[in-house]
Write a protein that binds this ligand. Structure first.
Ligand SMILES: Nc1ncnc2c1ncn2[C@@H]1O[C@H](COP(=O)(O)OP(=O)(O)O)[C@@H](O)[C@H]1O
Ligand SMILES: [Mg+2]
Length: 508
């Protein structure tokens, strides 16, 4: 109940401030909350900034900025990657997170964009119980999503304004970004993909990107935009799988004030926001059938109405879609509309999984190590030949995203100064590596070199199988914890110990 409300708040209000105020009021019904802060992490400047704050009872706290030392930054990033709610008195990391607001206790949870730490949600109050921490954990996903859109919107506005003020300055900025976001493997395993991109970018044809999670579909979607004539317009990504079904219409097409309870202001939908640019509909396979009908109509004649609105809007938008699912099978099963499939699949591009392009692994690893070393330790790092062999031996079910996460973890484990690749891969991966190293072709049923697997190894496999089954979900009735008959906290702790990361099992 609470969670649904929070998603609704997060999706509905353009302003982060309004979102945090409403969520604070709701949480205050359940726990002794004095203030709720959304703090954004600026990883480049090593800063934690309060970007929105709500206080249900009194005046909201000010916009504090905390400068972090390198070790505070490292502590924060590794805490965030553990995805655990922190409940403690206002000392140490909790004190840093609470920006000096706390007198009593602090609840804090990480805000993430995939593997990237974008900030923290912090609650302060006289005292919290474990049940409060559990409840607090539930609002982290929606708040992450609100912060992420807020960051994206600010970035778009910033780019737009820059374009108006000085075209040349913008162009040079894009030029620099091009170097930073180079597509690794363009001359290797992604050559065919890059060729297809070059063919289609200049047209307005819709593109469908197919590939497993973490293969680089979003990277390619942005590249198509960058190479198109619309490059100076907005590029807007919508994750169709992350919007609650009841809000999809209002998200995509916007709504007029008062059209439903909670529609407190007019809101432009993603189609309007992408006008003149590219709309990237990610995880299109998750779109419910009713929304598919509406989408088809926009694709056919470029027009739509806002929810509760009477005027018809027309927009000029190039559509790029992506999915990790087999849409063709979904069409046959009747869960994806055939007519919509024809529309969006005019120009499909398939992203090969990383295991099909092992030659890209060392180059990608070097790229991520260079970047993560620079960012976390102040200087670039490079994997050794032995590291590279280990990385190549692993099967990368989470593809490039997982590789980037492993390298980042390796840098953190090495305190920013060296790469702890073996440790970062964890026992699950090293058993995979050992299998291929010692006994090529050995199957899972016959672990190498020993009659018996250790209990830890067996447990790791079992947990992984459960995560696989539930797409990486941990909590809730259909989560892995319920499936395994464990408390979610216990499961998380065990996963941490065994080096298992849930995001590997998550579809994008
Ligand atoms: N070819 C590539 N070169 C550099 N980085 C890449 C490449 N492919 C993927 N990445 C990185 O890997 C992560 C996952 O890529 P993403 O495009 O989000 O995958 P998908 O959308 O297919 O799940 C991102 O951080 C992205 O920057
Ligand atoms: Mg994606």
């Amino acid at each position: 109940m609470l969670l649904v409300d929070v998603w609704r708040e997060a999706g509905r209000h353009a302003s982060l401030e309004e979102t945090v105020e409403r969520i604070a009021r709701r949480l205050a019904d359940e726990m002794p909350l004095q203030a709720l802060l959304i703090r954004r992490l600026d990883a480049e400047r090593l800063r934690l900034e309060t970007v929105a704050a709500g206080a249900p009872g009194g005046a909201p706290p000010g916009r504090t900025r905390t400068e972090l030392s390198k070790s505070q930054f490292h502590a924060l990033v590794s805490w965030a990657h553990a995805r655990e709610v922190l409940r403690s008195g206002p000392q140490g990391l909790a004190g840093v997170l609470a920006a000096g607001e706390a007198r009593g206790e602090v609840l804090a949870g990480p805000l993430l964009d995939g593997e990237q730490v974008i900030g923290a949600l912090v609650a302060v109050g006289p005292a919290f119980r474990p049940a409060h921490a559990e409840l607090f954990a539930q609002v982290l996903d929606p708040v992450s999503s609100a912060l992420r859109s807020d960051i994206q919107l600010h970035e778009l506005t910033r780019l737009r304004e820059a374009a108006e003020a000085d075209n040349r300055a913008l162009l040079s900025r894009l030029g620099r970004q091009e170097i930073a976001d180079a597509i690794v493997g363009a001359d290797g395993g992604l050559r065919a993909v890059v060729d297809r991109v070059a063919q289609v970018a200049g047209t307005d044809a819709p593109v469908l990107l197919l590939g497993e999670t973490g293969t680089g579909k979003e990277v390619i979607a942005r590249e198509i935009h960058r190479q198109s004539a619309r490059a100076r317009g907005p590029v807007v990504r919508v994750n169709c799988g992350a919007i609650p079904p009841g809000l999809i219409d209002s998200e995509l097409f916007g709504h007029e004030r008062g059209s439903f309870t909670g529609a407190v202001a007019d809101r432009a939908g993603w189609f309007e926001r992408a006008d003149g640019g590219t709309l990237f509909l990610d995880e299109i396979g998750e779109l419910p059938l009713e929304a598919q009908v509406r989408l088809l109509r926009v694709l056919q004649d470029g027009s739509f109405e806002r929810v509760g609105g009477r005027t018809t809007h027309t927009v000029d938008v190039r559509i790029v879609t992506a999915t990790h699912r087999d849409l063709h099978t979904m069409v046959q099963a009747g869960t994806f509309r055939e007519d919509l499939w024809y529309r969006i699949s005019v120009f499909p591009i398939r992203l090969p999984p990383l295991r099909e392009r092992p030659a890209d692994i060392p180059v990608l690893a070097a790229h991520f190590a260079w970047r993560a070393g620079q960012r976390l330790g102040g200087h670039p790092l490079a994997p050794t030949a032995a590291d590279q062999e280990r990385l190549i031996a692993y099967s990368w079910p989470g593809n490039v995203r997982e590789l980037a996460a492993v390298i980042e973890r390796a840098v953190i484990l090495g305190n920013g100064h060296q790469l702890e690749i073996a440790a970062a891969l964890g026992p699950a991966a090293s058993s995979v590596a050992a299998t291929t190293e010692n006994r090529p072709g050995a199957t899972e049923a016959a672990p190498p070199g020993e009659e018996f697997q250790t209990l830890d190894a067996a447990m790791a496999r079992h947990i992984e199988a459960a995560l696989e089954k539930v797409n990486g979900r941990i909590e809730g009735p259909s989560g892995a914890a319920a499936l395994l008959g464990l408390n979610p906290h216990t499961l998380r702790a065990r996963m941490r110990k065994l080096g298992i990361h849930w995001s590997r099992f998550r579809p994008a």
